[in-house]
Design a binder for this molecule. Structure first.
Ligand code: FES
Ligand code: FES
Length: 171
């Protein structure tokens, strides 16, 4: 079946088998191997991507169901060679060990911060409750998402800081 999907801002037109899962379309057809397969049975969350802005487990979505949709994978976080603040925070807070769950954690964290820019620890834990990590004990993942929320809030406050700074320099 023919599908047309926008992935990380780029449009792809493909002919896919009706039974092909979105995760395999992304990995095998588009070469976007940042999205991991941990279980293939909707259990681990390693395959999480955004489908029209909502976090979904891409091993549970058929590629044909993404027809006409916007998909964002972990490769879409980085912009112009700059890591997304979430990625930086995972690095700084040691939010990963083996890294297998990390793409899914990043995408669930990203989806959470889109709808709730200032989540509490409990809200973060709920936000990543569909993502399993066998290494970290989750503590540093939660810290990383909290740290990213602060970084993003600071970044969005930056223009007003500049205005304030330029105002004070003219005193
Ligand atoms: S690979 Fe999709 S939930 Fe585990
Ligand atoms: S860092 Fe290894 S599974 Fe999470």
């Amino acid at each position: 079946m023919k599908i047309r999907v926008r992935v990380n801002g780029q449009t792809y037109e493909s002919d896919v088998e009706p039974r092909k899962l979105l995760v395999y379309y992304l990995r095998d057809d588009l070469g976007l191997t940042g999205t991991h397969v941990g279980c293939d049975t909707t259990s681990c969350g390693a395959c999480t991507v955004l489908l029209d802005g909502k976090a979904v487990k891409s091993c549970t979505v058929l590629a044909v169901q993404a027809n006409g949709c916007d998909v964002m994978t972990v490769e879409g976080l980085e912009r112009d060679g700059q890591l997304h603040p979430l990625q930086t925070a995972f690095w700084e807070e040691h939010g990963l060990q083996c890294g297998y769950c990390t793409p899914g954690m990043l995408m669930s964290g990203y989806a959470l911060l889109q709808t709730n820019p200032h989540p509490s620890e409990e809200e973060i834990r709920r936000g990543i409750s569909g993502n399993l990590c066998r290494c970290t004990g989750y503590m540093n993942i939660v810290k990383a998402i909290r740290s990213a929320a602060v970084k993003l809030a600071d970044a969005s406050a930056e223009p007003s800081k500049e205005v304030a700074a330029s105002g004070s320099s003219s005193d």
